[in-house]
Design a protein around this ligand. Structure first.
Ligand code: ZN
Length: 439
């Protein structure tokens, strides 16, 4: 119905062609992006930086007062500044700009100030809507791809994502956090790490916080951010066996059940197996048996059910030899039995037996890990007490997503960029409400 009336009104009018074109864009804008106290004026083609673009004039509504950018309240006018342009969502391959002459107001509280406009923030050259639009696509494509697709630049896409993330962090709800997981990721070349803290409540899984390094100080900064009251509400904290984390969690979340999750334990065992394999491969090679362990790395690290056909054949072949790597692999596979237990007591007995076998195995890297597991037995068994609180593999899934984001972001040289990208993808942040669906 609406469309019909619209057409009749539109085509029924006898005006010249150029005016009709101007009307059309104004009509669309008044439908999807209307601002109280402002109206759209002339719309025309213009040449900007050598390109044909669409310019839309924006004017204050008659007798409307400017808003003071200091206190966000209306104030009497003072003077006008130069014309400014604000980039809006491009249409049909044309860049679109709002052209507006900024006013200054004389505020009784703040003095002479530039006015605040609803479509843009501070000195930004992009409208808020356009930034939200770019940020939306930046979740699906790399920032470089977004820049290319919408004929803008990488820094502009970065600023758009930064704006959306900043808004989201300011407006997110931090209530009801009772389960968190702390994880570390390798970042940049060399020994640089980031500490990530997630909320892992069933139904509410998101990245809460990112910090440089993985020291006691890093995690302490997280607890300062979380605050005393919310830290006191924590019921479950998941982490790996990294000493500084253990220390801080013991101190700052003393009321929570501290859990060492499967993902981190298996990751450590895999690292040990890799050491065993590399060492043995070197030895076999020097003895002239270099084919035996060649291309065996993933056969020994992956779970059996995830192997490719080729890897499966290789594994079958390997199992015929009495190699240290193979024995280490079989011990690792046995350890998976641990997490099938329901009762913590029986799981504890299983773990003891497994550690004893490893200690007798003469495989040094695995023995090192078994000693660590023994030391943290209680924290490992806590997993069984909390089994139903959150699903298995949450931290692992998040860890993988983080790795993909960091890998995809070869342009992120600074911590700030990485931080913003990770919050954008994993923060589950709220966004400013739009009155129209632009994407
Ligand atoms: Zn003011």
């Amino acid at each position: 119905m609406y469309g019909f009336r619209f057409n009749k009104k539109f085509f029924g009018r006898k005006t010249n062609k150029t005016k009709e074109q101007q009307m059309l864009i104004k009509t669309i804008l008044n439908n999807c992006q209307k601002f109280k106290s402002f109206v759209y004026g002339n719309t025309c083609f213009a040449i900007y930086e050598g390109e044909k673009v669409i310019e839309v004039e924006v004017k204050p509504r008659k007798n409307s007062k400017g808003i003071c950018s200091g206190c966000h309240r209306p104030a009497p006018g003072y003077d006008s500044l130069d014309e400014r342009r604000f980039e809006f969502i491009p249409v049909w391959g044309y860049l679109v700009f709002f052209i507006y002459t900024m006013r200054r107001v004389e505020c009784t509280r703040c003095g002479v100030r530039v006015e605040e406009v609803p479509w843009a923030e501070g000195k930004a050259h992009q409208t808020k809507t356009y930034m939200q639009f770019l940020a939306h696509w930046a979740r699906k494509l790399s920032w470089q791809e977004v820049a290319m697709s919408f004929r803008t630049s990488w820094p502009k896409v970065f600023r758009a994502v930064e704006y959306v993330v900043k808004w989201g962090l300011e407006h997110r709800d931090l209530s009801g956090i009772t389960a968190i997981g702390a994880d570390e990721i390798h970042w940049h070349r060399g020994h640089k790490y980031l500490t990530l803290v997630y909320q892992i409540n069933a139904g509410s899984i998101r990245l809460l916080w990112i910090g440089k390094d993985r020291t006691v100080k890093t995690l302490l900064r997280f607890f300062i951010f979380l605050g005393k009251e919310r830290s006191g509400d924590l019921k479950y904290v998941c982490s790996d066996m990294w000493k500084p984390y253990l220390k801080v969690i013991r101190k700052k979340a003393s009321g929570a059940l501290h859990i060492l999750d499967r993902f981190h334990i298996v990751a450590r065992i895999n690292k040990a197996i890799d050491e065993v394999r590399a060492e043995e491969h070197r030895k076999l090679k020097s003895d002239g048996h270099e084919q035996t362990l060649k291309n065996s790395r993933w056969c020994l690290l992956k779970r059996k059910e995830n192997l490719t056909e080729k890897q499966e054949i290789k594994l079958k072949d390997l199992l015929k030899y009495n190699l240290k790597s193979v024995r280490a692999y079989l011990l690792k596979e046995d350890l998976f039995g641990l997490w099938a237990y329901v009762s913590p007591a029986w799981a504890g007995k299983f773990l003891d037996r497994w550690c004893t076998r490893v200690m007798r195995s003469k495989i040094e890297p695995l023995k090192r890990e078994a000693r660590t597991l023994r030391r943290h037995k209680q924290l490992i068994l806590n997993w069984f007490s909390a089994k139903k609180a959150f699903s298995n593999g949450i931290v692992e899934g998040l860890n993988n997503k983080v790795k993909v984001t960091v890998r995809k972001s070869y342009g992120f040289k600074t911590f700030k960029c990485t931080e913003i990208a990770l919050y954008h993808v994993l923060g589950d942040l709220p966004e400013p409400k739009l009155t129209h669906r632009f994407y």
